[in-house]
Design a protein around this ligand. Structure first.
Ligand SMILES: C[S@@+](CC[C@H](N)C(=O)[O-])C[C@H]1O[C@@H](n2cnc3c(N)ncnc32)[C@H](O)[C@@H]1O
Length: 164
């Protein structure tokens, strides 16, 4: 039997100052860069009560990435790892996940801090960050414990960028 294929329509578009992958922050928590999201009017009602949450998950399509590799060398390490042990943007299903700080909601426009995605990134979903659900004290963090770069805000290079 054929594997099922799931199709999703974006609920909005994320706008950020970043036109290309190289130079974009690699994680939302490490940057104060701002972005905004324009939610499609058909989904406006779904924003009701979202302003009560300071942080939200954004789930989006890494739409300018070729599907990829099961082994990758992440930005913060010099060694290859299985893609599922990394947050590499190049992955079999190019889905990105960022927890950002929600600043304002004006109509269908959300502004946020913590932009680590490219301008025009299609947004699939928003979920509130709830510490009781989402905050853990991990007992191991794999290769990341010995990561190469410990500076606060690491910017991406072009290692995963689609070549023209
Ligand atoms: C390391 S990934 C992490 C993304 C997300 N925070 C996550 O963990 O899934 C962030 C990098 O993905 C790349 N990127 C962001 N938006 C993209 C898009 N729409 N298409 C392709 N690459 C993108 C940029 O190079 C950015 O620095």
């Amino acid at each position: 039997m054929a594997e099922p294929i799931f199709a999703f329509q974006p609920i909005g578009v994320i706008h950020t100052p970043f036109a290309r992958a190289a130079g974009t922050p690699i994680q939302a928590r490490a940057t104060r860069e701002r972005g905004h999201i324009d939610i499609r009017p058909a989904y406006a009602e779904g924003l009701t009560d979202l302003e009560g949450f300071s942080h939200v998950y954004l789930l989006y399509v890494l739409d300018r990435m070729d599907k990829g590799a099961l082994k990758v060398t992440p930005f913060l390490d010099g060694k290859e790892h299985g893609v599922f042990a990394t947050r590499s943007p190049k992955r079999p299903n190019p889905i990105g996940l960022s927890i950002v700080q929600l600043l304002t909601i004006e109509g269908t426009r959300l502004t946020f801090e913590g932009a680590d995605m490219l301008d025009g990134t299609p947004l699939l979903d928003i979920k509130p960050y709830v510490p009781d659900f989402d905050h853990f004290q991990p007992t191991r963090i794999g290769w990341y414990e010995h990561r190469l770069r410990k500076d606060e805000c690491v910017l991406a290079d072009d290692r995963f960028e689609r070549k023209p």
